[in-house]
Every structure is written in structure tokens, then in C-alpha cells.
Design a protein around this ligand. Sequence first.
Ligand code: E4P
Length: 224
Amino acid sequence: MKLYIDSANVEKITRINEYYPLAGVTTNPTILATEGRPYLETLKNIRSIIGMDKELFVQVLGDKAEEMVDEGKYIVDAISGKVVVKVPVTEEGLKAIRMLSAENIPVLATTIYTGMQALLAAMSGAKYVAPYVNRIDNLPGDGLRVVSNIVHMFLQYDLGCEVLAASFKNVQQVYDAALAGAQAVTVSPDIIEKFVAFPSTKVDVSEFRQKWTAAFGKDHSNLG
Ligand code: E4P
């Protein structure tokens, strides 16, 4: 399972990248706009934090397939390292996914609400599909069921496309996506920090330290 951070905030990315096994960073137009900085500058800053080998995802905004392809190529040229172009699954988006993939530019098919959208995106050459778990739940629908159906379909048809589940609002949704077999998840920094913020773990650690200190004194290390 691969873990991505869904953010363009350089401070948060720096912190999460230090502690967690990140595979890369996903952004979207809203996330980049929130930072209030020129977007290329932000993306280059992110690249310098995560290094060349981790994937950086950037979404295109064009209406027509040709515009999306031009934007995708521009982004790949402008940012060094591994870049994945995010393309929304519309009719034009499907065409753009096919065109970009034909040029070996990796694509994540985004804004996915149904298994059918995911299937078509994978058949068009997408490397990843991103079902929007929480946004599907809010329709209301069943985001996790969509994730699980897509995982099952991709295995059945041996499509070689990975499910990168997105749009989470709590830790349980992320855990359920992992149990459903999603190959990857992208999660906001606030939720990632909750992954290990478990009160009982803190209590246990503090109890172990107290016992040690009572027996051996203030030196907390056991290195001799
Ligand atoms: C990631 O690819 C998506 O843009 C993102 O996860 C959407 O999340 P949201 O529903 O919290 O905006």
C-alpha cells in the first residue's frame, strides 16, 4: 500500500515526509490555490522537499483533450522528477488520458464517482484512478463499496491500473480503503497525523518509562 499526502503546504509536507513512509504528494487546483503562492513555485518547493524519486501529482484544468495534453506536457517539462498528470474523467478527459498515456506520460484519472468511470479510465491507459470516497459518501453513496468494486474489476480484467483512493475525512475511511485492497491512498496531513495518535500507546510508553526510571534512575536510555 502506498501513502500519499494530499496537500501543497510545504511546512506540513516537510513534517509528514520526515516521519511517515510517503510515496509522494498529490495536489489539486483547490489545494494549490489555498497556498496563495504562484503554483509553479509551490510545486518546485514540494519537489525539493520530497526529492526526485517520489511522485508529484498535478491536475490539468483545460476543457478540451488537446488543452489538457498541452498542460500536462508543460507541467512535466516544468517540474523535475517523477510527475503524474491528473485528468478528470469526462469524455474529453478520457481522450486526454489516451493521448498522454500514448506518450508515456503517467496519468491519474481523477474525480471518480463510479466503477464505470474507473474502468474506462483504466482501459484508456491511466496508471492510477482516484475514487473520491468521502464525496461519494456525501451524495449519498457508498465510497468504500466503489473502491472495493474497482479493485475487484481491475484484478478480474488484469488492467494493471492502481486504485489510489482519495477524499477522506477520517482515519476509519482510510483503513477501510486499505482493507478493500486499494493499492494507494492520498490523505490530508491532519488525518495522517491521527494515524498513530492513539491515547493507549502514549499511556503505555509513559508507563514503561516510569518503571525504568524507578528501577534505574533518571537516565532514560538503556544503552549502558
Ligand atoms: C485527490 O486527488 C483529490 O483531489 C482530493 O483527495 C479531494 O479531496 P476532498 O474531497 O477532501 O477535496
